[in-house]
Design a protein around this ligand. Structure first.
Ligand code: FAD
Length: 319
C-alpha cells in the first residue's frame, strides 16, 4: 500500500513549471516553505546552523538547485558552494585536519553541477565537484553527494568512486526503494566509506524500485544491517521510529563505537526527536537546505506526508 496515494501526482507536479508558478506565487506557501528551508541567503542559513551546532547537533548544508541546464548555472552553483565552504571554515567547529568526525558538511547534487549537460556533462560535474571537495578539504568540511533519480545512480556513484581517490571522506547516498541498493551497500561498505542510507524521495518505476511502503522499509533495514556490519561509516538518514529503534541493537551487536555512525534528519522535521538523540550523546546531523530554488525540494517534502499536503491545501483554500 502506498503511504500517500497522492505521492505520484505531487512528485509529477514537482517537475511541472505550470504548477511551480501557481505554488510559488501563492502567498501562503512562504510560511510552509520556511518550515523546511532555512531561508534564501547564506546569512540566514548560517544563523540556523549556529543554533543547530549550539544544540550539540552537526550539519550538512545544501544549496538548493537541481537539473542545471547550462554551464553558467553550474558555475554559479560552484561559486556559491565555495563561498559557503569558506564561511564554514571560519567557524570554530571546522575540523583541524586531523581524523575524526567533522561537524560541518555540505551536500551537493551533481545535476546542479552540470551532470545532465549535453556532451561532456559528466566531466563538467566531476570537475565542479572536485573543486568543491578541494576547498572543503582545506576548510575542514566534509562533502556528501546526494542521490537523485535512478537514471543518475550509476553515473553519480561512479563519480563519487573516482573522487574518493583524492577525497576518501566523500560521502555517497543510497536509496532503499531501489532494488539495486542492497548490492550497492555491499560494494560501499568498505573501510572509511561514508554512506548515507535514505528511503528515496523521487517517483520511480516499478522495474527499478519497490512501490510498496513495507517493501521499502524492509529493504531499508536489510541495507542498514549490511552497512552496520561493514567497515564504513553509516549515516542513518530517516525520521522513521522503526528505523531509529533498529539502530541501537545493531550498534550493540556489531560493537560499533558511538563515533562510527550517525543519525541524520531534515531541517524542520522531528526536531524534538533530533534533540532527544543528541542529548543521549548520539551523533545527529541535520540536513539544512537554503536558497531560492526551493520548489522541487518543498514538493518532495509535501509528497512524503499527507498531513503536510492537507495543511498546505487548507491554507490555500481558506485564505
Ligand atoms: P517515512 O516513513 O517517510 O517517515 C517516517 C516518519 O517521519 C513520518 O511518520 C513522520 O513522522 C516523519 N516525516 C517524514 N517525512 C516527513 C515530512 N516531509 N514532513 C513531516 N514529517 C515527516 N532522498 C533522496 O532521494 N536523496 C537524498 O540524497 C536524500 N537525502 C536525505 C538526507 C537526509 C538527512 C534525510 C533525512 C533524508 C534524505 N532524503 C533523500 C529523503 C528520504 O529519501 C525520504 O524521502 C525522507 O527522509 C522520508 O523518509 P523517512 O525515512 O523519514 O521515513
Amino acid at each position: 500500500v502506498l503511504a500517500n496515494p497522492l505521492r505520484p501526482a505531487i512528485l509529477a507536479a514537482a517537475r511541472s513549471s505550470r504548477v511551480k508558478r501557481a505554488v510559488t506565487g501563492a502567498p501562503v506557501t512562504r510560511k510552509l516553505v520556511d518550515r523546511f528551508v532555512a531561508g534564501e541567503s547564506r546569512e540566514s542559513v548560517l544563523a540556523a546552523v549556529r543554533e543547530i551546532l549550539d544544540s550539540g547537533r552537526s550539519v550538512s548544508i545544501d544549496f538548493l538547485g537541481e537539473d542545471t541546464r547550462d554551464a553558467e548555472g553550474a558555475q554559479a552553483t560552484v561559486d556559491e558552494y565555495l563561498a559557503l565552504v569558506a564561511d564554514l571554515g571560519a567557524l570554530p567547529e571546522a575540523a583541524d585536519g586531523t581524523s575524526g568526525v567533522r561537524r560541518l558538511e555540505v551536500s551537493m547534487k551533481l545535476s546542479a553541477l552540470g551532470q545532465a549537460l549535453a556532451g561532456d556533462g559528466r566531466r563538467i560535474a566531476t570537475d565542479n565537484a572536485r573543486t568543491i571537495c578541494a576547498a572543503a578539504e582545506a576548510a575542514g568540511v566534509w562533502v556528501t553527494v546526494d542521490a537523485e533519480d535512478h537514471t543518475t545512480t550509476d553515473s553519480t556513484l561512479a563519480i563519487v568512486h573516482e573522487l574518493r581517490d583524492d577525497y576518501p571522506w566523500l560521502g555517497a547516498v543510497v536509496q532503499s526503494y531501489l532494488r539495486r541498493t542492497e548490492d550497492d551497500c555491499r560494494a560501499l561498505a568498505g573501510p572509511g566509506s561514508r554512506v548515507r542510507l535514505c528511503k528515496g524521495a523521487y517517483r520511480e518505476p516499478e522495474s527499478v524500485a519497490f512501490q510498496d511502503r513495507a517493501a521499502v522499509d524492509a529493504s531499508y533495514l536489510r541495507c542498514l544491517g549490511i552497512l552496520m556490519e561493514g567497515a564504513g561509516y553509516p549515516m542513518v538518514a530517516s525520521h522513521d521510529p522503526a528505523v531509529i529503534d533498529a539502530v541501537a541493537p545493531l550498534v550493540g551487536r556489531t560493537g560499533r563505537a558511538a563515533d562510527a555512525y550517525e543519525h541524520q534528519m531534515l531541517f524542520g522535521i522531528r526536531d524534538v526527536e533530533q534533540r532527544r538523540l543528541a542529548n543521549e550523546d548520539k551523533q545527529v546531523r541535520v540536513y539544512v537546505p537554503y536558497g531560492s530554488q526551493w520548489y522541487a525540494y518543498f514538493m518532495r517534502r509535501l509528497a512524503e506526508r499527507p498531513s503536510n499536503l492537507r495543511f498546505f491545501l487548507r491554507s490555500v483554500v481558506t485564505r
